[in-house]
Design a protein around this ligand. Structure first.
Ligand code: PEP
Ligand code: MG
Length: 597
């Protein structure tokens, strides 16, 4: 029966495919594809894990005191039986063979299938056996984790595997950490749906950077959708249609073709310079997560990288952080991929919804900090690890010898943080000079993403060469809305007058001081804000490469100076969005933006 599940649309387009369920938050494991030639080793790893657990259970049984209740021994027998049951280990092996899942993922996928079967059982006693299966799986996962030195642990960005199946797949999960999302970059999935998450959560941001339809905050999706169900993900409306009728399917296939045609049409703008109708040139830059994203950004017509979120280099590494040389190589690769165009590298923004390390299997993420978004995050983390911070700074500075590099510092709010940061940069430079290592001049910029920074912009302009407005966090912190929490996502409002004032004020003051100012939050890539930001005086936008064409189209059709005349009217309204719409729907302002065809 057709079913509809609603969520927040975070990446546009239509995806149609068979559901791949990543197990719920019950078990937190790595999910990645292995290559065909790794299947046998992965099955061996699973078998070894099973033998280890079987041994453990046998030993527990043997070590049981004489007077232990008989049920205990019977329970261990049940666990041993489950461990050898085809429905668990045999079927798990099949996931590895058929889908090329890593062993942990295969186990959790099979657990999900079995858990549902148990849930549907009439008999209370049998239904409760689900807990036994869960315990056995957890033991198995823990045995696999203990043997985790396996050569199969993937290197970042190389985890797409070679899934040889014919059918398109879409991923359905309770939650996907940004680190896991990264693993799925360049993978086979045609779309994503998660139960949790807000529009500007980092999971949503990475999904958007992959330019495939995605929905977050769909609450019940991973409970309602079953493994291998056919689903349509409507990334424009935020609807997941499960088991669609042939008619609905046909309608969506038609829409899919339409949006492909639209993309092809927009792609023709790649080499057109972004200039407004009144002749104002606008710089369109790319946001990237990994050096491998550089060539795509260049191909999309980006004039440089406005935000390289370097923290993604620090993820999925089994606890080992990248050293200076490894970081340097990554930054150099990004710089070289842009062929002489500037690359803005942001120092790590670890913390909040991008925790550094995967925690152990049964720990929930974020449990260690009460308010991760307000905790040790971004520059606060870097300043608390001065050795690591200087190492990153040296690596970035070294990359500047290979092409134009700018340095960007996230989440600054305090004068003391500014001073410590600039000191650290000076020391890193000194260390390089002492070692006779080359580096070029780099401009240093501050991200404006805390209201305190936006309100104190003259201070920042005194110390920095440029500023970059991170609207994702600026909105989060101005409105006190956790950007990753779908339950308050309806309050996450870029149109809020307080947000607009902070953004407009920052742009105006930076321009007046003759300093560069860019917006690199998600607002920059959303073409519904392009005219407004142009009216505020913004001339540098940084976004996902896939958004460049549609923003450019807007720019080509806008008259910046005339739009500016309406800015005060919009900004002083109690409801700026409604006022903007009124003006655009046939009012005076509409004449300053050519209609979209
Ligand atoms: C922002 O906060 O707007 C930003 C660009 O940084 P991030 O999304 O990585 O927090
Ligand atoms: Mg931010």
């Amino acid at each position: 029966m057709t079913l509809q599940v609603f969520g927040l649309p975070v990446s546009r387009g239509v995806a149609i495919g068979k559901a791949v369920l990543v197990a719920s938050s019950r078990v937190d494991v790595a999910h990645y594809f292995i290559n065909a030639d790794q299947v046998e080793d992965e099955i061996l790893r699973l078998r070894d894990g099973r033998d280890v657990v079987a041994n453990e259970l046998e030993m527990l049984k043997r070590g049981m005191p004489e007077d232990a209740p008989g049920e205990l021994s019977a329970l261990l027998d049940v666990h041993l039986m489950l461990l050898h049951d085809e429905a668990l280990t045999g079927a798990t092996k099949q996931w590895i063979v058929d889908r090329h899942y890593n062993a942990e993922w295969a186990l959790s996928a099979q657990l999900e299938v079995l858990a549902r079967q148990f849930d549907e059982m009439e008999d209370d006693y049998l239904r409760e056996r689900k807990a036994d299966v869960e315990q056995v799986v957890e033991r198995l996962l823990s045995a696999l984790a203990r043997g985790a030195s396996s050569a199969l642990v993937p290197a970042p960005g190389t985890t797409s595997g070679d899934w040889g199946g014919e059918e398109p797949l879409v991923l359905i999960a309770n939650d996907i950490a940004p680190a896991d999302m990264l693993q799925f970059k360049q993978s086979v999935f045609k779309g994503f749906v998660t139960d949790v998450g807000g529009k500007t959560s980092h999971t949503a941001i990475v999904a958007r950077s992959m330019d495939i339809p995605a929905i977050v905050g769909a609450r019940e999706a991973s409970r309602l959708i079953r493994q291998d169900d056919w689903v349509i993900i409507d990334g424009d409306a935020g609807v997941v249609i499960v088991d669609p009728s042939p008619m609905v399917l046909e309608e969506y296939r038609f829409r899919q073709r339409q949006s492909e045609l639209e993309r092809e049409r927009l792609a023709r703008l790649r080499y057109t310079p972004a200039v407004t109708l009144d002749g104002e040139p606008v710089e369109l830059l790319a946001n990237i997560e990994l050096p491998q994203d550089g060539p795509g950004a260049f191909k999309a017509g980006a004039m440089g990288v406005g935000l390289f979120r370097s923290e993604f280099l620090f993820m999925n590494r089994n606890g080992e952080l990248p050293g200076e040389d490894e970081q340097f190589e990554a930054y150099r690769a990004a710089v070289e991929s842009m062929q002489g165009l500037p690359v803005t590298i942001r120092t790590v923004d670890i913390g909040a919804d991008k925790p550094l390390e995967r925690m152990s299997i049964n720990e929930l993420r974020h449990e260690h900090t009460l308010n991760p978004a307000l905790g040790l995050r971004a520059i606060r983390w870097s300043l608390s690890e001065p050795g690591m911070f200087r190492m990153q700074l040296r690596a970035i500075l070294r990359a500047s010898a290979h092409g134009p590099v700018k340095l960007l510092i996230p989440m600054l709010a305090h004068h003391s943080e500014i001073r410590q940061t600039l000191d650290a940069i000076a020391r890193a430079k000194q260390q390089l000079r002492d070692a006779g290592v080359a580096y070029a001049d780099v401009e240093v910029g501050a991200m404006i993403e805390v209201p305190a920074a936006a309100l104190l912009i003259p201070l920042f302009l005194r110390y920095f060469d440029f500023v970059s407005i991170g609207t994702n966090d600026l909105i989060q912190y101005t409105l006190a809305i956790d950007r990753a929490d779908e339950s308050v996502s309806y309050l996450y409002d870029p149109w809020h007058p307080a947000v607009l004032r902070l953004v407009a004020g920052t742009i105006a003051q930076a321009r007046a001081a003759g300093k560069g100012v860019c917006v690199c939050g998600e607002m920059a890539g959303d073409s519904s804000f392009t005219s407004l930001l142009l009216a505020m005086g913004l001339r540098s936008f940084s976004m996902h490469p896939s958004q460049i064409a549609s923003v450019k189209q807007r720019i080509l059709r806008s008259d910046a100076s005339k739009l500016k005349q309406h800015l005060e009217d919009i900004m002083s309204s109690d409801d700026p969005q409604a006022r903007y719409r009124e003006l655009m729907a046939g009012g005076e302002a509409a004449r300053h933006v050519l209609p979209m065809i």
